[in-house]
Design a protein around this ligand. Sequence first.
Ligand code: NAP
Length: 463
Amino acid sequence: MTETPPLRVAIVGAGPAGFFLTDKLLSATDRTVSVDLFERLPVPYGLVRFGVAPDHEKIKAVTRTFDKAATRTGFRFFGNVEIGSHVSVDELRQHYHAVAFTTGAQTDRQMGIPGENLAGSHAATEFVAWYNGHPDFRDRRFDLSAERVAVVGVGNVAVDVARILCKSAEELATTDMADHAIEALRASQVREVFLLGRRGPAQAAFTTPEVKELGELEQADAIVRPEEIALDPLSAAQMEREEDKSEHRKLEVLAELARREPTSKPRRLTIRFLVSPAELVDDGTGRVKAIRLQRNRLVEKNGAIVAESTGVAEEIPVGLVFRSVGYRGVAIPGLPFDERTGTVPNVGGRVVDPATGKPIPGLYVAGWIKRGPSGVIGTNKPDAAETADAILADAASGVLLDPPATSADLIATKVALRQPELVTWERWQKIAAAETAAGKAAGRPRAKLTTVPDLVAAATMPG
Ligand code: NAP
């Protein structure tokens, strides 16, 4: 009897979705699977390394699950390999039964207001990538001599940015925040941070533990205006329908903050609601000097509660603005893309041709590039499981691609020739060990290497 050859899957993007997909595929019981996980950077974990806030170390424990997946039989890691430059999508299709993209949402959304591109106006996602030591962002500069900062949006990314701006360098120095960011934040003159929500507290995207943490900051008083958290009839009705206790608790947390008298902490974090950004004001030299806001009321439109301008404007003087209005997926050459949602059109993880609605054989997606930038890290587990099930079902019904038997060796040789600085899983272990050792002396979980040459040097260190 001839043995069925392993099902060979290429996964592009070693973030949470890529690892959950790897784990699910490699734990299949009715079919032997091998996974080659490709990653553009020399390091794995995606947003767990470059998105999760440095002072939220516990959330990063999920990497233990990822490391376990990497020890499963059939796993190979191809780090520092860029699809489109070291290997093409077409080549992947020739060498694997299935190719899954877990590339996330690599850019940010814009506010679409005048002045958005002035100096001092940045995407929050870039600030996050910078303080987390992402090699592509380590040379960014943020003018932390500004005393007042606006963060537009009230999602968890906005909360992360506001919290980090309100912490002292001493608090951050025990985390794995990139050294360059700790030093820049040590010199920070920021005294007041405004978190700006366009709708009301009942519609705020941040989650309850995150907003609670804002009330527990050592260095900053959290301020909420009672009149801005009073529920209008639409929000009151929304809360009456709301069964999630955590959403009710969120309003209690905000109400408790609104009752507080400010103490004399050195910084202030003001959480505002019902204000939309209308314009960033130029100081005459091309820098931001203020954010112009329009006050809103809530109205119902097509069944949703949306913000509508009251016609009343206000201006807050700020020297720095972070727009935190959501991430956005980037098109993958060779794959269809939905510009409106910033995702790859798919049905349950199977990439579909938008013209016919039919699956394109052998192509799959999981994570944010599949469903958009929503949910927490754990949300990617069931999401990836759905894609894994689709791949396994398609394998069983024989509708996958048909690579030659020698393709596993062929692709590995090709990639190694084209990228001599390939980071295998073994080499990543060397980077991880170097970072952990460097962090240990300072009581930090790790001291991150933040340039590709430094990462590659650690990966290829003899011994
Ligand atoms: P998000 O949760 O979608 O929040 C985006 C925010 O931007 C919302 O408050 C939204 O308001 C606002 N917004 C959008 N367009 C706007 C505009 N033109 N003007 C003003 N405000 C605008 O996105 P995110 O904060 O980037 O987070 C992405 C995902 O990662 C979320 O699922 C989040 O929970 C997750 N995450 C989790 C953690 C954690 O667990 N600690 C940390 C970071 C991120 P509307 O609601 O009115 O649209």
